[in-house]
Design a protein around this ligand. Structure first.
Ligand code: PGA
Length: 253
């Protein structure tokens, strides 16, 4: 494994799956099967489960909890939403921001995601910022231009100190939930491009420490090869994070 341990993260994104009862059993099953991880493991869980899963990970070294979204305002008349202060008070460690499903179904763009990133950081919550191109962009070989713009809009005005708390997840939209994975080389090329961008904007110290995760149909069968690439520091895993055995296998990859 070529990734430095300080950059290594395997995060599960449960999306709108698992009841609280199922979620607690899943988190406990993963911890039992994967044991003490190298690097960090994060469970990205439905909001209603954050408090319970936080209790579970609090007793396990290397395990953390993430929300899947957060509102950008401090508080107020936003029915159904959760603020950064609420998440922080519940002990939430990370928040997934800018996932392609939120971009697609909730119209989120990088300027809104930027606001959310700042708000999360203000409350001590570490953002997992998701970026990635759609299929037509990849087919036209414009992926670096598009992902570069996403990152510029969402991250470029952060301070070095703020950026050092951000995790980046590169998730090509055409690979999410499709069973189609980027090849290890496609992932490596994009991750190296992203790390160069971070180095240019924030300096090599920040770039060498930022965790850049790959997401999109990560499975036990492909995790080792993907995570073995020099700039792939781990994964953001959807479907395969819903089964304790397969997520544990990915953690150990
Ligand atoms: P997938 O989802 O692993 O099911 O492709 C990844 C994600 O959406 O984060």
């Amino acid at each position: 494994m070529s990734t430095p341990t300080n950059r290594r993260i395997v995060a599960g994104n449960w999306k709108m799956n698992t009841t609280p009862t199922e979620g607690a059993a899943l988190a406990q099953g993963v911890i039992e099967q994967a044991g003490s991880p190298s690097g960090k493991v994060i469970f990205g869980v439905p909001a209603i489960q954050l408090v319970k899963i936080k209790e579970i990970v609090a007793g396990a070294n290397g395990y953390f909890v993430a929300a899947q979204n957060m509102h950008e305002a401090d508080k107020g008349a936003y029915t159904g939403e959760h603020s950064a202060a609420m998440l922080a008070d519940a002990g939430v460690d990370y928040v997934i921001l800018g996932h392609s499903e939120r971009r697609e179904y909730n119209g989120e763009d990088d300027s809104l995601i930027h606001e959310k990133i700042i708000k999360a950081l203000d409350h001590g919550i570490m953002p997992i910022y998701c970026c990635g191109e759609k299929l037509d962009i990849r087919e036209a070989n414009n992926q670096e231009m598009v992902v570069g713009k996403q990152i510029e809009r969402a991250l470029s005005s952060l301070s070095e100190e703020q950026m050092s708390k951000v995790v980046i997840a590169y998730e090509p939209v055409w690979a999410i939930g499709t069973g189609k994975t980027a090849s290890p080389q496609q992932a490596q090329d994009m991750h190296a491009f992203i790390r160069r961008m971070i180095s240019d904007a924030f300096g090599s110290g920040v770039a060498e420490n930022v965790s850049i995760l790959y997401g999109g149909s990560v499975k036990p069968a492909n995790a080792e090869e993907l995570f073995g690439m020099a700039d792939v520091d781990g994964g953001l895993v959807g479907g395969a994070s819903l089964d304790a055995e397969s997520f544990a296998a990915i953690i150990k990859a």
